[in-house]
Design a protein around this ligand. Sequence first.
Ligand SMILES: Cc1cc2nc3c(=O)[nH]c(=O)nc-3n(C[C@H](O)[C@H](O)[C@H](O)COP(=O)(O)OP(=O)(O)OC[C@H]3O[C@@H](n4cnc5c(N)ncnc54)[C@H](O)[C@@H]3O)c2cc1C
Length: 140
Amino acid sequence: MGSHSARPQEDGAVRIAIIGGGVAGLTAAYELAGAGGAQVHVFENGPELGGLASGFKGRASWDWPLEKFYHHLFTNDDAIIQLTEQIRAGDLLEIHRPSTVMHFHGANYPLDSPAHLQRFPHGPCACLSQISPAAAVACV
Ligand SMILES: Cc1cc2nc3c(=O)[nH]c(=O)nc-3n(C[C@H](O)[C@H](O)[C@H](O)COP(=O)(O)OP(=O)(O)OC[C@H]3O[C@@H](n4cnc5c(N)ncnc54)[C@H](O)[C@@H]3O)c2cc1C
């Protein structure tokens, strides 16, 4: 948002141009419009809003758009959850417990918590040897 775009017009109204309709641009537009006293315009280059966080439908028959990239938020991401409620989209937010298993020596082991890691019968070290060195270091 350039400083020139926030100059008052002859009629006294402040017009604000936001370049890009991704999450950042849309959130800024929402906050500025909510503050009142300004005309907010979002300019988006792409075919739809949302930027990296948007999705697409491969076929019109799809019930849901597929994310362009994987996305999640944490249950303690309070700001985005609060914003989701504010824009009355809270009922679209679904919190699922991820279910992750590792296939090891012919069996599946749940491995999505430190407790699971402790219970891994072959020992945590065997488990860590199956994942990348960087992930193993982060895990430790
Ligand atoms: C693989 C991947 C996974 C991710 N996973 C997560 C996750 O799990 N949780 C999470 O919180 N975040 C995640 N992120 C990050 C999150 O997607 C981005 O931080 C966020 O969407 C960025 O939003 P933004 O508005 O800053 O930018 P963008 O989404 O990039 O939006 C910028 C917009 O500006 C438009 N634009 C650019 N130039 C112009 C122009 N000159 N004129 C008009 N329009 C223009 C673009 O078309 C675009 O729509 C992930 C990102 C990636 C790549």
